[in-house]
Design a protein around this ligand. Sequence first.
Ligand code: GCO
Length: 508
Amino acid sequence: MPLTRRKFAQSALAAGAIAALPSVFSACTESSKAAGTVRSAAVARPKLSPVQDSFPISFPKNFSWGAATAAYQIEGAWNQDGKGESIWDRFVRVPGKIKNGDTGDDACDSYHRWREDIALLRAMNINSYRFSISWPRIQPNASGSPNAAGVDYYSRLVDALLELHIRPIATLYHWDLPQHLEDAGGWPNRDTAGRFADYTEICARAFGDRVSDWVLFNEPLAFTYRGYLEGAHAPGRTSLPDFLHATHVVNLAQGAGFQALKQTLSSARVGTAFSMSPCEPATNSEEDKLAAERAHALINLWFLEPAMKGRYPQGFAFLPATLMGIRAGDFEKMRAPLDFIGINLYYRTIASAIGIVERVSSPQDWLFPVKMSGGDEGPKTDAGWEVWPQAMYDMIMSVTREYHRPQIEITESGCAYNDGPGPDGAIRDARRIEYHRQYLGAVGRAISEGADVRGYHAWSLMDNFEWSEGFSQRFGMAYVDFKTQKRTMKESGRWYGKVAAENGIGGD
Ligand code: GCO
């Protein structure tokens, strides 16, 4: 469901506030990954695909070969063993919100079948597993002492990973807010930041003796935008002020969570997984170049600058502090000097200025004249997203330059291809192999030019519940038959296992 400009204008007007941001933010949402905003035919960019030349490549010693998942997308057992209700448990029951009426009630049933999932990791020679902890499984009512059964579940998982020498990377928030907190105002409510810090401390105490690597948030812009402005994700609100407040409270929570982790566990290695996308001007015009700079600030820096530098990206001074809910002292509270920057990257973004006619007729376009879309030169995945490995290289190098060669983890990259079993039962997903081969080539090239990338986590270990797309998009390197819950390794999983074992990719 791409966000149309008309829809945006309506929600902004209903909010009765300046409507500068939403059209800009739309480029970072899943729907807009496939959005077809028209752009000028006079594209002056060179066509770049240099990574083909990078093979064979070997990766640095100790490079982490990983896979990523998220609790709501795989666990199921939505109301078992004392787990509380999350905003996703509630949202999937709203008619029409999820494709085919799917829910994550059972998902991949990983709550019961986690041993099978670990066997998959092992078969793929994976040495780093990024999973998420379900907040309402730990704190069913979002306050007070932890639910022992929930803690036990993740404890067993972590122990089993460590036994196989697989590094656990625990994501604290991958979108499943306890419904209790949404009822109390959700992310736009400043109190939620403190509650997040309490929950973080509980996790640090419960697992910190065995987990060193932590991701505070998964894709803060995606869940605030889609959940509070667009309404396509939980909790399904459509309010510009709520969205703006939510982004600020998440920035405060990032600072508070960082402090809570470091105070409880001084050795913790802490990051956030940002949804990132390099922004290219649609043409060489000065207006489009400026539009691309603004798009970059919004998509890539809105949650990163507050963490690393205690400020919002430059160029947004026009946003009144009251509209964001900013109070004195907040900039200091937002600071969270992350140990690593997590990059979730799938595609690039093309930015162009908005023409004078549109500007005159629409106040938000006058204030923030940027239009964005995905690229359309490379092949498309089944989700309609352009495959463009250069985007991975460009983003890593941009972060490396802007933040003085920080440690980087590729916390997610992957593609939806819906190939299923052939007559012999094998799943031949050659396009997924080619995707990862090329994106890894881009990572290898960035490393050879000085970037400090520590690991790559394929999204995803197995097919799972893809939010509003339900089970219609398969991102896994293992196939899941959702009727029987049987897992079958795809050819891409076997290929990835070989790459991991060899710590490199051959020239063929
Ligand atoms: C996100 C999340 C994942 C998605 C993946 C494919 O980026 O939305 O981190 O949960 O499933 O990105 O869309």
